[in-house]
Design a protein. Structure first.
Ligand code: ADP
Ligand code: ASP
Ligand code: MG
Length: 424
């Protein structure tokens, strides 16, 4: 007997038939004698609809700034998961399974006060653990918890993954299965490159990079929690027949295991390619080249909660003036330009230029630590396709390249084949 947390994403609970199908997956594990807790997302498209309602509330005449209260945003957008948790509990009960839904505040899942992007601080797993021991399945609404102000707090988009891993850690589960609409983690998004291969295993560090660099198959924070708490996490499909052979395999279910690096015997140099759309580039021209100039730029941007990513500073020719280029999410460009405009005197630049609609493509692999020439082959391959590189950043295990938006798919496919990742 094992203790298993099963998480089902939006497409897996998209309608009543799919919820019934999810209940069959849960029943398989219950019938095998396991203790089970389930985490659900909202029906696919629901959270977007709810966010749209909040953002599109008609504004007071004369005001053009988008205004909404983050606590009320959370009250609205957390409702999608409340619906699916109740519906799944009903579906399970109709199959004769003892099941009960739980909202984040009922457990409670305690979070910090960052409404809209809250972090889980603590989960009281006692009640669920006791009930699981008595044969009850807890169906927990993902994506939500209870803030210190005693109000609902949501965990940022994709946050149900994090709910699931955090609950798995809290109840000391033997396994956390993240069920989605693809069969695991692939060498790149299988919807962009049909030749992408499913990985049997991927190291925590690589999965962290993949997720941070745009592969939305797992929320970044869920991977961090799985790594810190050593949660045995699998990504697998809810679209396969719940009763097909091997689906209930305890140690090796079909899917991808996220694990420690040393569990992977055959480590490739490059493991995967990720991409992030909607990046924007901002350049400050003819800045004074003196100590404190970077702090003068990035301090006010940080205070405005603008997430700056790639930063490139030119070496000045004569030691007096330089240029600084960096990227921010496209949605933050206007705000960033406003902040930089307000601080023009203090920073001391000549002009600002900006460009939106860019894409960051990244090559990821732990094997890069010990192999030279990986970056050079990416640059050569992109050049051969006529793709211009706007900025580059590297770390020990990744190379990120900023390019024009329309080239995203071509660049992903080109790099995928350059590193021999295409399935044969
Ligand atoms: P869910 O609703 O189940 O949480 P998501 O849409 O958040 O599902 O994540 C699954 C999607 O992630 C897949 O449909 C796929 O298009 C995308 N994806 C991006 N990169 C990868 C990758 N490397 N491997 C698998 N899926 C990926
Ligand atoms: N429903 C939320 C979202 O769409 C959380 C999740 O699906 O993980 O972001
Ligand atoms: Mg998701």
């Amino acid at each position: 007997m094992a203790r298993i947390v099963m998480k089902f994403g939006g497409t897996s609970v998209a309608d009543l038939n799919r919820i019934h199908n999810v209940a069959r997956h849960v029943k398989r594990e219950v019938d095998a004698g396991h203790e089970v807790a389930v985490v659900v997302s909202a029906m696919s498209g629901k959270t977007n609809e709810l966010v749209g309602w909040v953002e599109n509330m008609p504004k007071v005449a004369g005001s053009n700034a988008p205004f909404y209260d983050a606590r009320e945003y959370d009250a609205v957008v957390a409702s999608g998961e409340q619906v699916t948790s109740g519906l799944l509990a009903i579906a399970l009960q109709s199959m004769g399974i003892n099941a009960r839904s739980w909202q984040g505040w009922q457990l409670p899942i305690r979070t910090d006060n960052a409404h809209g992007a809250a972090r889980i601080l603590d989960i009281d797993g006692t009640d669920i653990t006791r009930r699981m021991g008595e044969g009850q399945v807890a169906v927990v609404a993902g994506f939500q918890g209870l803030g210190p102000d005693n109000r609902l707090a949501t965990l940022g988009r994709g946050g149900s993954d994090t709910s699931a891993v955090a609950i798995a850690a809290a109840v000391k589960a033997d396994r956390c299965d993240i069920y989605t609409d693809v069969a695991g983690v692939y060498t790149t998004d299988p919807r962009i490159e049909p030749k992408a291969r499913r990985l049997k295993k991927i190291a925590f560090e690589e999965m962290l990079e993949m997720a941070s660099l745009g592969a939305k198959v797992l929320q970044v924070r869920s991977v961090e929690l799985a790594m810190v708490h050593k949660v045995r996490t699998f990504v697998r499909s809810s679209f396969e027949d719940p009763d097909a052979p091997g689906m209930g395999d305890l140690m090796n279910p079909p899917g991808t295991l996220i694990c420690d690096e040393d569990e992977i015997v055959e480590q490739e140099v490059v493991t995967g390619i990720a991409y992030a759309k909607d990046e924007a580039q901002i350049s400050l021209r003819r800045l004074a080249d003196r100590p404190g100039v970077s702090a003068a730029i990035f301090g006010p941007l940080a205070e405005a909660h603008i997430n700056v990513d790639m930063i490139v500073q030119n070496i000045s020719e004569d030691g007096s003036k330089t240029d600084m280029t960096f990227t921010v999410p496209s949605g933050d460009v206007d705000k960033a330009l406003r902040v930089l405009g307000d601080n023009k005197e203090k920073i001391g630049y000549d002009v600002i230029q900006s460009e939106s609609g860019l894409v960051k493509v990244s090559v990821i692999g732990i094997g890069m630590r010990s192999h030279a020439g990986v970056a050079a082959s990416a640059f050569r391959a992109l050049a051969d396709k006529g793709i211009n590189i706007k900025a580059i950043t590297t770390s020990e295990i990744k190379i990120s390249i900023l390019i024009d938006g329309p080239y995203a798919e071509l660049a992903v496919r080109t790099l995928h084949s350059t590193y021999g990742l295409d399935k044969s």
